[in-house]
Design a protein around this ligand. Structure first.
Ligand code: NOJ
Length: 569
């Protein structure tokens, strides 16, 4: 009897999996709304956004048309890197609430048919994780091998690997007379993925959340989990392609990367109907195939960086002038490559970048036009659109006046270095242009104190434009960026060509206009975008205008940031 029951159970669970697979493409039609929990909505007046706050705003998200949320880390953390330094993978950090708050939030999402993607940060843990506290005590501690160590002489790091937040990637540990590796802050210690016991623990933690009903993972710096076992020096270059080449196989995409991802898929991911998106440092058109090819059973998509390094220096982040032809080419390359057999992702900003409106649009004179143009770009490309909370309002950069206003560990480290050589005004000007705090300012709900984000002192300053740029205003203004997002979200959903259609860039050399078609069976859309603040001319054969950010259509004469979508019969 027991055996029959077991067999039935196996058949039943296989059926569920098969059923899951038949529905397994749900993610191809969706788009992702990123919530940065510290900054979304505070419910208890401590100045920090929390889970109860998110739950209280689910109707807002539903009204926008949100179907899938990526939530930045909410796990127990000392918050050196705002939660990307985890000290307990299965506990909610008390500043965000409790497990009961999480369950309530997830139930609220389910009720509204909204899926939740969590952030998986498994290249490193916090140095305050119990594993590392043990690991650093002695070489024969059972947790020692959970991390990456190199013996050496104090003051002489083992090689030239550098932290992305400044300085060497190696930190001295007195008790064992060794260095430990940290590619980010020294409180974010790189895990040793060569250790199968450690990997088991990660898979257990992943399973814990999936069993609660979350729908996938965004995987933080996932290509870093396998590095060169021989620790050779990096070859530096000021040329981005050469530099990436030098990093490839050394600090990321090491020899075991596919083995680990396949194992993760086999042990965890394959058992659920999920969406996975890797953060694709070192992922390009040339090497993405094995990672996302369904036959390989690894991940589904990545988000990549080529289009993000055309207006800033890779090593210093110093802004440079954006070459629009190159920008278009970087986006179109993905559309061309992937439209026949899958999708990748497209984003113009997230919590690691400055605000997309200030960067690729005009947050002053043409705020409304350019905000809408960028939304049109995002939702008509041949990839899964991602955007950050507040983009739908046209939230923009602010000015950070002094170090005391900064919260981003990367910016604070950069400040500490720069201030040794330059005057404070010029340092703050450069830091303001690059700090990740720009995209993390509190969400602007209304024009009351602190933008309706919190009744207490917000953890990061509120952008002073909140009195006009806020949900309350924009909801009632039919001409607002918010209402345009609603339209463009609906438009994409109602036109399969905009989701699955073949992509064709029809004017790759045009210096100002991005023009392309999306075509599926007999349905074809033509998208015309003026990426600049200038009037320009572009001749084309129009069809039926189905979306525009101006009230009339002047044909080939395009106005600043004009965006039009036509249906071609
Ligand atoms: C990428 C995350 O998006 C970023 O915020 C974080 O600082 C690093 N990974 C390290 O976890």
């Amino acid at each position: 009897m027991k055996k029959i029951f077991l067999n039935l159970l196996i058949v039943f669970s296989t059926t569920i999996t098969v059923f899951g697979q038949t529905q397994g493409n749900w993610w191809k039609d969706t788009f992702i709304y990123q919530i940065y929990p510290r900054s979304f909505q505070d419910s208890n007046g401590d100045g920090i956004g929390d889970l109860k706050g998110i739950t209280s705003r689910l109707d807002y998200l539903k009204s926008l048309g949100v179907e899938t949320i990526w939530l930045s880390p909410i796990f127990k953390s000392p918050m050196d890197d705002m939660g990307y330094d985890i000290s307990n993978y299965t506990m909610i950090d008390p500043i965000f609430g409790t497990m009961a708050d999480f369950d309530e939030m997830l139930a609220g999402m389910k009720k509204r048919n909204i899926r939740l993607i969590l952030d998986l940060v498994v290249n490193h843990t916090s140095d305050e994780h119990p594993w590392f506290k043990e690991a650093r005590k002695s070489k024969d501690n059972p947790y020692h091998d959970y991390y990456i160590w190199k013996s050496g002489t104090k003051g002489v790091p083992p090689n030239n690997w550098f932290s992305l937040f400044g300085g060497s990637a190696w930190e001295w540990n007195e008790a064992t007379q060794e260095y430990f590796l940290h590619f980010f802050s020294k409180k974010q210690v790189d895990l040793n993925w060569q250790n199968p016991k450690m990997r088991d623990e990660i898979y257990k933690a992943m399973t814990f959340w999936l069993n609660k009903g979350v729908s996938g993972y965004r995987m933080d710096v996932i290509t870093f989990i396998s590095k060169s076992p021989t620790f050779e020096n990096i070859k530096f270059s000021s040329n981005r392609a050469e530099m990436l080449n030098g990093l490839n196989g050394v600090v990321f995409n090491g020899p075991h990367i596919h083995e680990y991802l396949k194992e993760m898929n086999d042990r965890v991911l394959s058992k659920y109907n999920l969406y996975t998106v890797g953060e694709g440092a070192g992922i390009s058109l040339n090497n993405i195939d094995p990672f996302i090819n369904p036959e390989n059973h690894e991940l589904q998509t990545f988000y990549t960086f080529d289009h993000m390094y055309l207006d800033k220096d890779m090593m210093t982040n110093k802004p440079t002038k954006l070459d629009l032809v190159k920008f278009k080419a970087a986006l179109s390359a993905w559309g061309n490559k992937l439209d026949t057999r899958g999708l990748n992702t497209i984003y113009l900003g997230n919590h690691d970048q400055v605000r997309s409106l200030s960067r690729f649009g005009d947050d002053k004179v043409y705020r409304n036009e350019s905000g809408k143009m960028l939304a049109t770009l995002l939702f008509t490309q041949a990839n899964i659109p991602f955007f950050l909370q507040g983009d739908e309002l046209g939230m923009s950069n602010t000015t950070f006046k002094g170090k005391e206003e900064l919260r981003d560990v990367f910016a604070i480290n950069a400040y500490n270095q720069a201030i040794k050589r330059f005057p404070v005004d010029s340092v703050m000007k450069s830091i303001s242009a690059i700090t990740r705090d720009q995209s993390r300012t509190p969400f602007q709900w209304d024009n009351s104190a602190n933008a309706g984000f919190s009744s207490g002192q917000p953890w990061l300053k509120v952008n002073s434009n909140y009195t006009t740029v806020n949900v309350k205003n924009e909801k009632t203004d039919p001409n607002s960026i918010f209402n345009f997002y609603k339209k463009v979200i609906k438009l994409r959903k109602g036109n399969p060509a905009l989701i699955q259609g073949a992509f064709n860039d029809i004017a790759p050399e045009h210096p100002e206009v991005y023009a392309y078609t999306r075509e599926l069976n007999s349905e074809k859309c033509l998208i015309i975008l003026n990426l600049t603040s200038k009037n320009t001319i572009f001749s084309y054969k129009p069809g039926k205008l189905i979306l525009s950010n101006y009230t009339d259509d002047k044909g080939e004469a395009l106005r600043p940031y004009e965006a039009k979508v036509y249906k071609i019969q």
